[in-house]
Design a protein around this ligand. Structure first.
Ligand code: DAH
Length: 351
């Protein structure tokens, strides 16, 4: 038999033995196969020996054929070796099936809900039960929606009340300073009757114990025929009692906001001292929550509503301030520092 024929035959035999080793799926079968071909007394080793003794004329062609077979066998065995590792793992897993009833022993940390999210969820729930729908709107907005359409024209001193972040290079664009911009977006897109709240982030250039450059507000408004100040008072009283407890008093104080007339601020009795005066309420007996009022006719004009037909009220307040009060937090900035130790004190689920 010529060397060429011999190497063809060995290749064929190897195919059969190779398949048998895969079938066996055992690391020992791979080792046996390796020894049978590449070992000291292996078939391929013998073939290499024959090649060394071949005549000068035969050697180039036979050498090429034998080397091809050798590469083929070596590569196939390498591949089998890595398969053998997964066979071993499979054998271990099959021997010891996983007991899913075993308790987990490692200390797994579980996340919790951020206090601002908890508060927001709770507030949204209250307003939903009062028939309000929740809307969203842009955080980066045009001056028009945040100021002008809300009856705060250029150069109006009320613009100084809110230290605005303007967008560099974009004329008349800013980070909204109040969620009141949603009043304009919503009213421009929809017709009364409206009963809407808009929770969201707002931005002001301010930072100390009770101010952060980003904070959360909820804006609410109701527009329909015959909406009165009494509707507003009832709504605000109901939501404050739902959040702070029904035994605490609430009150409205006259105040000014350009987009409402008349305007007011609303307070809740201090829960710590029950109105007697303490550090939390700075001895006033009251905690200030937000602003409200009857929507100014100029706002209705700006959005194209007929102010002789429709009336409405609006209110806005900070979610973080309420969270601070409800969870007795001394420093508002704690809410935004991402400190796990602090955040871990809050529940995992909201209810
Ligand atoms: N947007 C006001 C602020 O951020 C809060 C506010 C006051 C909203 C009176 C209102 C309102 O809708 O009627 O200070």
């Amino acid at each position: 038999m010529s060397l060429l024929e011999k190497s063809e035959l060995i290749k064929k035999e190897f195919e059969t033995d190779h398949l048998a080793a895969i079938d066996a799926a055992k690391p020992e079968a791979v080792e046996t196969l390796r020894l049978a071909y590449l070992g000291r007394k292996g078939k391929l080793t013998a073939l290499m020996e024959d090649l060394r003794n071949a005549s000068k004329e035969d050697r180039p062609a036979a050498g090429k054929a034998v080397n091809l077979v050798r590469h083929h066998i070596e590569a196939a065995i390498d591949e089998l070796k890595s398969m053998a590792r997964s066979w071993e793992l499979a054998a271990i897993v099959n021997r010891a099936p996983i007991d899913i009833t075993l308790p987990v022993t490692e200390d797994r940390s579980v996340g919790s809900i951020h206090p601002v999210s908890l508060m927001r969820q709770q507030l949204i729930k209250i307003f939903r039960t009062l028939g309000f729908t929740v809307v969203d709107g842009p955080e980066i907005d045009f001056d028009f929606f945040n100021f002008s359409a809300l009856n705060i024209p250029d150069n109006h001193p009320a613009r100084d009340m809110q230290d605005t972040f303007y967008i560099d290079g974009a004329e008349k664009m800013l980070l909204r300073t109040q969620t009141s911009n949603i009043q304009i977006h919503t009213m421009m897109n929809e017709k009364p009757p409206l009963r809407v709240i808009a929770p969201g982030r707002v931005f002001r250039c301010d930072s100390d114990m009770t101010h952060t450059p980003m904070f959360h507000q909820i804006e609410g408004f109701v527009v329909d025929e015959n909406i009165t100040f009494a509707h507003m008072k009832g709504t605000i009283d109901t939501f404050l009692k739902a959040i702070f407890g029904s035994t605490l008093k609430t009150r409205l104080r006259p105040s000014f906001f350009p987009f409402v007339e008349p305007g007011a601020e609303f307070d809740v009795e201090c829960g710590v001292c029950k109105g007697k005066g303490c550090r939390t309420c700075k001895d006033t007996g009251w905690i200030e929550i937000g602003g409200c009022g009857m929507i100014h006719p100029n706002v209705f004009e700006a959005v194209g509503y007929d102010s002789s037909r429709y009336s409405g009220f609006a209110f806005g307040f900070g979610i973080d301030r309420i969270a601070m009060n409800r969870f007795a937090l001394p420093d508002l900035r704690q809410l935004f520092e991402g400190d796990y130790e602090f955040l871990g004190n809050f529940p995992i689920h909201s209810n």
